[in-house]
Design a protein around this ligand. Structure first.
Ligand code: GLN
Length: 474
């Protein structure tokens, strides 16, 4: 096979070619490794997708190599979560999901750039510089898994691992024109994921197509004794094969498909609904009355959990330490002052305030009650429909710098994805088309553990939509 032929293979097709002997795993690894290394060497002239790339001669693991978001601990390999405070941190162990991928043959090709501690929607909060969108280098790739999304879209990695707390897999997948899946909370171990908000953080695949997402997910699921919130899925993840949606009832929530969503995104969304009907689905209105409050609840809960999780970065145990401090307190404060970026500090302050004594019930307690209401809304909706469809993000990729001065405008990017995160249910983003030459994402969400059905529905829609991502390849 020629280089361009190999690069044209999906991860599943490459795995099949390795299995039947028509492709050597070492050749596949080196081809992508060299591409990733040249992006890294290009610095600002490249996409800045990677914070680390495997050395030439690295063996791989006999299968399809994977790019891994920086916040997954990888033994002996820098794992910095996009933060200066973890610069040069070499974990003594590897995250469970990465270990499982390695066991399935996927060696770590590279670590991908991300927003600091996964806080962001544009990848502009990384201490290692912003990532660029391969569709338009003047625009953001989305975040926080922006490096993973851009790498897959540009063909610099066959597939990639990301994490999603409020949308960080789905939103960058949408802005980069690829597939991103946030599975049911708990279905993948969080052991070895550098924590942001533990009750929401979930790993998942960023891939070229839905079949690859199913394949990668299948390699990673399983209860892990090292993560007490991890769960056993009811059965294996199957390769999606559906070509029709006949018999399926799809719900469209008015609350997430109107105000605030860009015109071009809504047009692409409506076209996808028409396609779904042509494929045999029934489309119904559903109500998620509390969904408009999801962002407010999220921006209490996630910062509260973050303020607690990030207390461990004190200059003693990991990464950087401020030099020549006069005493211990000064060492703590200077390390955290120099090590954390502005968004992380903003969240630590918000979260610490929300949890402070006397305020707990007014903020954290109330946000938890909103979270329960949102879960109940979904449960009621799933009595009427099988899956819920929304746009993934309210806009296409925006310009670098466009929203950095306005945190609230940035937070609105997650308007459509946060409700599913709070409810812990699975949701996938697939490309639904282009608006102004930039990709638009379609989000499909289902009840907990509905991954096989969700992947099948996404696969049928993907086939019918026939999105062409060729323009993003470098
Ligand atoms: N953009 C959201 C935030 O900044 C979600 C991030 C994520 O899912 N990790 O918190």
């Amino acid at each position: 096979m020629s280089g361009p032929e190999i690069l044209g293979l999906s991860a599943a097709a490459a795995a099949a070619a390795i299995a039947d002997g028509s492709l050597a795993a070492g050749e596949l690894f080196e081809l992508y490794r060299a591409r990733a290394a040249s992006d890294r060497a290009a610095g600002d002239d490249g996409l800045n997708c990677f914070t680390w790339v495997a050395d030439e001669g690295a063996a791989g693991a006999g299968g399809v190599p994977v790019a891994v978001k920086d916040l997954f601990c990888t033994k002996g390999v820098p794992s910095q979560s996009g933060s200066r405070i973890l610069q040069g941190y070499l974990p003594p162990y590897t995250a469970t999901v990465v270990e499982k991928l390695e066991q399935a043959g996927s060696g770590v090709l590279a670590k991908t750039n991300q927003d600091e501690f996964a806080m962001g929607s544009s990848n502009e909060n990384s201490a290692y510089g912003p990532v660029r969108n391969p569709w338009d280098r003047g625009r953001v790739p989305g975040g926080s898994s922006g490096g993973s999304a851009a790498a897959v879209a540009a063909g610099l990695a066959p597939w990639a691992l990301g994490t999603d707390t409020g949308g960080s897999i789905r939103q960058p997948a949408a802005l980069c024109g690829i597939v991103g899946l946030k599975p049911t909370y708990g279905s993948l171990s969080r052991y070895g994921m550098i924590a942001f908000a533990s009750s929401l953080d979930q790993a998942g695949p960023l891939t070229r197509d839905v079949a690859d997402a199913a394949l990668m997910l299948g390699h990673m699921i399983g209860r892990d004794p090292c993560d007490s919130t991890s769960l056993q899925m009811p059965g294996p993840i199957l390769a999606p094969s559906a070509e029709s949606l006949s018999g399926l009832r799809l719900g469209v929530p008015r609350e997430l498909t109107g105000d605030g969503v860009e015109q071009g995104v809504l047009e692409s969304f409506r076209a996808a609904l028409a396609t779904a009907e042509q494929l045999g689905a029934e489309v119904h209105d559903v109500e998620l009355p509390h969904a408009p409050h999801a962002l407010s609840a999220y921006y209490v809960l996630a910062p509260a959990e973050a303020s607690s999780n990030l207390a461990r970065f004190d200059g003693v145990r990991y990464g950087m330490r401020a030099e020549d401090a006069q005493d211990l307190l000064e060492m703590y404060t200077r390390t955290r002052h120099d090590g954390f970026g502005p968004e992380v500090k903003r969240r630590i302050m918000l979260g610490t305030y929300a949890l402070s004594s006397g305020y707990y019930d007014a903020f954290y307690g109330r946000a938890q009650r909103v979270r329960t209401k949102i879960s109940q809304d979904f449960a009621a909706a799933f009595e009427q429909v099988d899956f819920i469809l929304t746009p993934t993000a309210p806009s296409v990729a925006f310009k670098l710098g466009e929203k950095t001065g306005d945190p609230l405008a940035m937070y609105l990017n997650d308007f459509c994805t946060v409700p599913m995160s709070l409810a812990g249910i699975p949701a996938i983003s697939i490309p639904s088309g282009l608006s102004g030459g930039l990709p638009v994402g379609l989000q499909i969400a289902g009840p907990a553990f509905s991954e096989n059905g969700l992947l099948d529905a996404a696969h049928a829609l993907e086939l019918a939509i026939g999105f062409d991502s060729g323009a993003a390849r470098v």
